[in-house]
Design a protein around this ligand. Sequence first.
Ligand code: C5P
Length: 232
Amino acid sequence: MGKDVIVACDFASGAETLAFLDRFGDERPFVKIGMELYYAEGPDIVRILKERGHRIFLDLKLHDIPNTVQKAMRVLSRLDVDMTNVHAAGTRAMMEAALDGLTRPDGTRPLLIAVTQLTSTGEEAMRGELLIDRPLPEVVAAYAKNARDAGLDGVVCSPLEAGTIHEVCGAEFFTVTPGVRFADAAKDDQTRIATPERAKSLGSDFIVVGRPITQAADPAAAYRRCVTEFVD
Ligand code: C5P
């Protein structure tokens, strides 16, 4: 699978998103639609961006009982997104149900990936609140393995975890990694970060980049810089 840069469209409205994407001219980057934009605009924003020719990662992180997730995924499968996701904490049974729901009658389906542990969850919260006593990297690797065993295509993780996940789950199981920053830029609230170039050398398959592109004076130029460093 080819490496690619996914632009996180973390905007509160469709109008803002379209104005932002207009700045890319004829270029049609792979985009991520998260909860904020999806809950504001509903499925129409997916249809509009699809019509414009974008590939879409619908980042809704489903986590519920298997039957509910299966039915929700069946609805999402009709939206023709390219990638979507669930929480691995929902168990293998839930991930299998998600995969089943996402598979269209003709056998095609979007890529399905899992969130292992959110990068906002530290080891302290994991131990004290979730009562998980193992070291974080071990938990991330085990959840990734559950996702692979359930038939999923990959996981969302830090670029710094991409190598371990490929070792545990195989080179074909792909890693989608946020937490990307240019060497000369602000970290914002991200902690475990890597430059696009380093993410590439660590084995990330897709990088998800938000503020370094959305807040740039020239978003298209920032996007191309990511592509040059990560893909070319
Ligand atoms: O602006 P920034 O580049 O930090 O945006 C990263 C994107 O990736 C955001 O949409 C954020 O919600 C998402 N994300 C993340 N860490 C995760 C999962 C998703 O930063 N573990």
